[in-house]
Each structure stands twice: as structure tokens, then as C-alpha cells.
Design a protein around this ligand. Structure first.
Ligand code: XUL
Ligand code: CO
Length: 448
């Protein structure tokens, strides 16, 4: 390291906390995994390989607890008075100590999470290169891998009206530069995906927004992102992270189905997939499972930012998702399709502002990890029993087995031929029960 030594074990920040280990369901140790046993084989695969969990840099290491009503409450030992180079280096040391103590395989970052404050695009570019080298050294020393990187095109005031969709071409060009730099660092670090979350790609009012032009520009620049990926030989996936609103009133990447329509329009549906986040799903009026099922069906399933919202309010609270049933329902949509490929479960979740101790970061992740492990075991039980899948298959069997179903799906069928057939045969079928309550009970039966 040109700028000083990387000391992975030197001067630990989380002194009193031992590495988190699997101790089994009977353990009374609050800082142990009770269900996440990474080598346990579930549905023919190691738990670690199913879940591919990642810690996110931003909520866990950058956020100081500020909200719109008050300043930071966390007083983290690695936060300096300002985010200068020394503070950014200290933050990175703390981050890798934390990743290693949790024993999870991956992490994710934005360019501005890992760099010191960089007032100009030139400074951000050179600081990111330096920090990329440091990340590489930490990865080598710890074995922790990069699930994905992303450029932050929403915090700097210049991005108030968007990055790639900004009305000002100069701002869009700076956004393009930031993406190019961050994608190249992600590639150099062996990142398995590159994410675009368009927090400010949208609008607050149509009165000042040329929606048609912005969407056209967005598609054009996204195609360039894909071209550049191939040019530099980056084999990871490009992922768009859907969210309907917040910070903008309307965001173009509203949900998975909307993203698919956009990708289709620009011929990018084979090149760009989605990074689904449960709290974004519920903001869009969907369930987590709906977003997964939709992405699987459209062939654009990529990765997951695991978290959840809160029933009492309508915004993105980014809480650790402890709802085993909610995650199980998503996993039974995901696992039969082959599960996560280059994707993973990234803890895009934050502790509450009152949870001000660094120990709370461990409790939060231990809970989140074990909830995923329990959901995996629950989903495996449902899939192994197979009764829900059988019910579903039987419900649609007419399309496979009956002459009518086959005729209706055949090449020559038309609206007229089907309608005439229904009339001639005097069809007047009645409803068959969907058995929702029975099926819901079968899900609860399997929860671990
Ligand atoms: C915001 C959000 C982001 C993205 C990365 O709601 O989820 O943290 O995951 O920019
Ligand atoms: Co996210």
C-alpha cells in the first residue's frame, strides 16, 4: 500500500465482541447464530451458497443516526469530526473487522461510502482509485468478497434533478463519469454485480419535467453502461433497483414490471436485471414475494436488498427483516427457479436511531442472518413436502391435460373458434375453491 499499511488485526474497534459463530437453536448467547450454519446442506446446497449474504457499507458504517429532526446519535469511533482521509481509512478498517466478525462472505458499497468527502468530480475520481486499492488489500487479507458496487447519484446537490435523467447535459456527463469509474473499480475488485438505484431518476412535478426526453436519455445511457461492461470484460450482472418513490414523488424504476417494460423498449432485457428490496416492494403496493415472482417470470431476477418497512408509516424505514413468513413466501417463488445466481442477500437495513451502541450493529445483523436462515429452512420444508406445488399444478391441470385447454393454446385457435366452441359445447362451469386458508396453514406448518 503506497499510503500506509493495511492492519487487519491491528487495533480492533469491536474489542469486546468475539466472532459470531453458529451455536444451534438452544444457545442462550444473543450474539451467536442459532440457525445460520453456513455449511449445512439445504436442498442440496450449502446455506452460505444459497443466501450469499452481504453487509452494506452505507447504513452500517456511514450513517451517524441523523434524521430530518435531529443530528447524529451514534458517535461511532471511526467517524472523525469531518469525513477526511483519516476518517475514511478508519471507517474501512472498522468495516472489514465487522464483516470478518460476522463471518458473512460479501459486502456492498457506493463510491462515496468508501471515499473521504470529495468536493469535485476530479477528487472523487482519484479518491475512489486510492480507496479501490485499499479495498483490494482488505479483500485479500480477509477473504471477504464484493457482491456489488454502485455510484451514488443522489446525495450531491448537483444531482437534485437526477443523474442520467438530469435536464442539464453537464450533470448527466458527470453522472456517466461516476458510473464509469465505479464500474471499473467494481470490476477490479472482482465484484459480482453492478447496481444502479435511480433515487433521483424521476420527478417531483411534471410542470418542470420532460418525461419523454428523460426516459429516452435514461435508456440511451443505460445501453452505454452495458456496452462499457462488455468493453472492459466485466462479467458481473448490471442490476437496476426498482423503487416507486422517495426521494422523488415518482421514480421511473417504479417496480420490477415497470423496469422490464423500460428494458424491453431499449432492447436491454437480457443484459440488465433487477435488485429487489422488500421495503421498495411494499412502497409500490406489492409484497416482497410478488416482486420476486414477477422478476422470475420475466427472466430478470438478479439480487435482493433484504429489509422491511413498517406498518405504521409509509416510507422507507429500512428495518432488518425478522419476518420469517414474509421471507419464506419470497423464497418459495425464488428457489424453484434455481435461486440466486450472481446475486445475494444484501442487508440494506439500518438499526434504529436510538440503538446507538456499536454492539447494536451486531445484534441487528445476527437477527437478520438468522431470519434468512430460518426462512430458508422453512421454504425448503415447503418445497420438499411439495403439497403446495401439487395443489397449484392440479389447479392448472386443465391447460396441460384437457382437449379444451390444448385446443385453446394451439396455433390455429382464435377468439372466434374458442367462443364458438364454448357456445356449441354449452360450457357453463362453476368456481372451484382456491383453498387460500388451507394453503396459508400449510405455510405456517412449515415455519421453523
Ligand atoms: C435506497 C436504497 C439504496 C440502494 C443503493 O432506498 O435502497 O441504498 O440500495 O443505492
Ligand atoms: Co437498496
Amino acid at each position: 500500500m503506497a499510503d500506509g499499511q493495511i492492519k487487519v488485526d491491528g487495533d480492533p474497534v469491536f474489542k469486546g465482541i468475539d466472532p459470531i459463530r453458529f451455536e444451534g437453536p438452544d444457545s442462550e448467547n444473543p450474539l451467536a447464530y442459532r440457525y445460520y450454519d453456513k455449511d449445512q446442506i439445504v436442498l442440496g446446497k450449502r446455506m452460505e451458497d444459497h443466501l450469499r449474504m452481504a453487509v452494506c457499507y452505507w447504513h452500517t458504517f456511514c450513517w451517524d443516526g441523523f434524521d430530518v429532526f435531529g443530528g447524529g446519535t451514534f458517535n461511532r469511533p471511526w467517524h472523525g469530526a469531518v469525513n477526511d482521509r483519516a476518517a475514511a481509512d478508519a471507517k474501512m478498517a472498522a468495516a472489514f473487522e465487522f464483516f470478518s466478525k460476522l463471518g458473512l462472505p460479501y459486502y456492498c458499497f457506493h463510491d462515496v461510502d468508501v471515499t473521504e468527502d470529495s468536493p469535485t468530480p476530479d477528487e472523487l475520481s482519484s479518491n475512489l482509485k486510492r480507496m479501490g486499492d485499499r479495498l483490494a488489500a482488505y479483500q485479500d487479507a480477509t477473504g471477504i468478497k464484493l457482491l456489488w458496487g454502485t455510484a451514488n447519484l443522489f446525495s450531491n446537490p448537483r444531482f437534485g434533478a437526477g443523474g442520467l435523467t438530469n435536464p442539464n447535459p453537464e450533470v448527466a456527463a458527470v453522472a456517466v463519469r461516476q458510473i464509469r469509474d465505479c464500474m471499473e473499480v467494481t470490476h477490479a475488485l472482482g465484484g459480482e454485480n453492478y447496481v444502479l438505484w435511480g433515487g433521483r431518476e424521476g420527478y417531483d412535478t411534471l410542470l418542470n419535467t420532460d418525461l419523454d426526453r428523460e426516459l429516452g436519455n435514461f435508456g440511451r445511457f443505460l445501453a452505454m453502461v452495458v456496452d462499457h461492461k462488455h468493453k472492459i470484460g466485466f462479467e458481473g450482472k448490471i442490476l437496476i433497483e426498482p423503487k416507486p418513490h422517495e426521494p422523488m414523488y415518482h421514480q421511473y424504476d417504479f417496480d420490477s414490471a415497470t423496469v422490464y417494460g423500460f428494458l424491453k423498449r431499449f432492447g436491454l432485457e437480457d443484459e440488465v436485471h433487477v435488485n429487489i428490496e422488500p421495503n421498495h416492494a411494499t412502497l409500490a403496493g406489492h409484497s416482497f414475494a410478488h416482486e420476486i415472482a414477477t422478476a422470475v417470470s420475466l427472466g430478470i431476477m438478479g439480487s435482493i436488498d433484504i429489509n422491511c418497512g413498517n406498518y405504521q408509516n409509509g416510507w422507507d424505514t429500512d428495518q432488518f427483516n425478522l419476518d420469517i413468513r414474509d421471507i419464506t413466501l419470497a423464497l418459495i417463488e425464488l428457489l424453484p427457479s434455481g435461486g440466486l445466481d450472481t446475486g445475494g442477500f444484501n442487508f440494506d437495513a439500518k438499526v434504529r436511531r436510538q440503538s446507538s451502541s456499536v454492539e447494536d450493529l451486531f445484534h441487528a445483523h445476527v437477527g437478520g442472518v438468522d431470519a434468512l436462515a430460518r426462512a430458508l429452512l422453512s421454504a425448503a420444508d415447503i418445497l420438499e413436502r411439495g403439497d403446495i406445488a401439487k395443489f397449484k399444478a392440479d389447479r392448472y391441470a386443465g391447460w396441460e391435460n384437457s382437449d379444451l385447454g390444448k385446443m385453446m393454446l394451439s396455433e390455429g385457435a382464435s377468439l372466434e373458434s374458442i367462443a364458438d366452441h364454448a357456445a356449441k359445447a354449452g360450457l357453463s362451469p362453476s368456481h372451484a375453491s382456491g383453498r387460500q386458508e388451507m394453503l396459508e396453514n400449510l405455510v405456517n406448518r412449515s415455519l421453523k
